[in-house]
Design a protein around this ligand. Sequence first.
Ligand SMILES: NC(=O)C1=CN([C@@H]2O[C@H](COP(=O)(O)OP(=O)(O)OC[C@H]3O[C@@H](n4cnc5c(N)ncnc54)[C@H](OP(=O)(O)O)[C@@H]3O)[C@@H](O)[C@H]2O)[C@@H](O)CC1
Ligand SMILES: [K+]
Length: 496
Amino acid sequence: MRNAHRVEQVRAAEAELMARLPEGALMQRAAAGLAATCARLLTRRRGRVYGSRVVVLAGSGDNGGDALYAGAVLARRGARVSAVLLAPERAHAGGLAALRAAHGQVVLDQEVGLADFSRADLVLDGIVGIGGRGGLRAEAVPYARAARRGTVVAVDVPSGVDADTGEVAGVALRADVTVCFGTYKPGLLIDPGAGYAGAVQLVGIGLDLPPADVSALQHPAVAELLPEPGAESDKYRRGVVGVAAGSATYPGAALLAVAGALHGGAGAVRYVGTAAEEVVRRFPETLVTEGGPAGAGRVQAWVVGPGGGEGARQALAEALASDVPVLVDADGLTELGRLGPGALAGRTAPTLLTPHTGEAARLLAGADGGAPPPADELAAARLATARRLAAAYRATVLLKGSTTVVADPGGAARVNPTGTSWLATAGSGDVLAGLAGSLLAAGLPVLDAASVAAYLHGLAGRHAASTPGAPVTALQVAAALPAVWRQVRASATADE
Ligand SMILES: NC(=O)C1=CN([C@@H]2O[C@H](COP(=O)(O)OP(=O)(O)OC[C@H]3O[C@@H](n4cnc5c(N)ncnc54)[C@H](OP(=O)(O)O)[C@@H]3O)[C@@H](O)[C@H]2O)[C@@H](O)CC1
Ligand SMILES: [K+]
């Protein structure tokens, strides 16, 4: 599990630790870890550190201090290091003295700085870290825009990325690697910020941290959460997931949701809806029932809405009246947006909403009575959007997109690290809905079911895309699910 903390949490932990350590000790730990990563990257790129060209972009705070101290370490190993000071009169005094003592150069002319930047083997972005507010300031913007041949290593956070949210106001520096200190920051895990961070490496500095603000699952945590049938378990004990999906207009959504559900660990899938014949023909193991959820017999979780068309209204009402977890997707969300949060008020079991940003906009409008906010604004502020929806509907929200975010009404949030643009394919959301519903039926708590589903779905998208040939279809994503279960399980066994 990758745990990420907000700036205020980091600051509090830092203050507590600094009170017990000699002055400057934390910065030395951070700079040593940073320099070690830079040395490794240079060695990989050029065979050695000696003689390589390194440019340090240093702002006015401690982020610049880290970068200058790391630059000094590299200069002592023979690198030709020059530091570009973006606020020369306020540069970190200790870091600057260390760099000068190691025979590093200081560049005050921005033209020269830009030329050095473009030719460097390695650039250290120490313009601004967790103390940054707003986008990059004018003096730093040319560096974000300049052509460059070298590797950019962001110190703690790529400058211009909001550490708490991943939002980017204006331009930001695009890094190949981000070396962060003490803990991950939410903005390194959530797009658009995650897209600027490149590969993220954590350097431990001994902070004693509270529970994470946001976390991202990794293979071992997912392997622990995957439902495992016990020796005596029959299909009913493993849970039955009910799928109310598909319509005369979109029969395919039923097939895709069922395909996802069959691979989610529930013991059986019960389909209700107009596509029963097609479903049984394609997946003979599915149980099918005429009518809606109310008359379908006992299930342990419902999935309603994919391709539901007009029928989604009735199916939604019947599923919400049940006392089992309900996942609402697609046309079910459109209906729920019309009804507003009051439709969930009487529920005794969890509800999971799985909107993309367009559906999220309609749900928000349904909650506060205003016009739907522009979907691209919601996409730029994914964490805030998911949390806002979760609070408004008192439901868990899985907001789909370039970084899928899952937020609980209690405030817990997970971000999915396995996303791929291959999943932006028709019907892929139907597979995800079926998969997540199946995990709910198998008994996973709702935050786990949603985040494990997103994780497996992303891996399956990558797996399907790794077979060369035509673009990936949603059915191929579903078909790849057993392989990714095995992959996740195998990695956990290998770790033991
Ligand atoms: N916490 C920890 O555990 C540890 C933290 N460490 C390190 O310290 C970093 C935090 O340092 P920090 O607090 O000095 O803030 P930092 O990010 O350098 O920026 C503040 C300065 O930038 C300025 N500024 C603000 N916005 C700006 C903008 N948009 N564009 C340009 N400038 C902007 C602002 O100036 P002003 O607004 O007054 O002009 C202020 O002077 C952290 O990220 C990590 O690297 C490690 O050394 C050890 C352990
Ligand atoms: K930075």
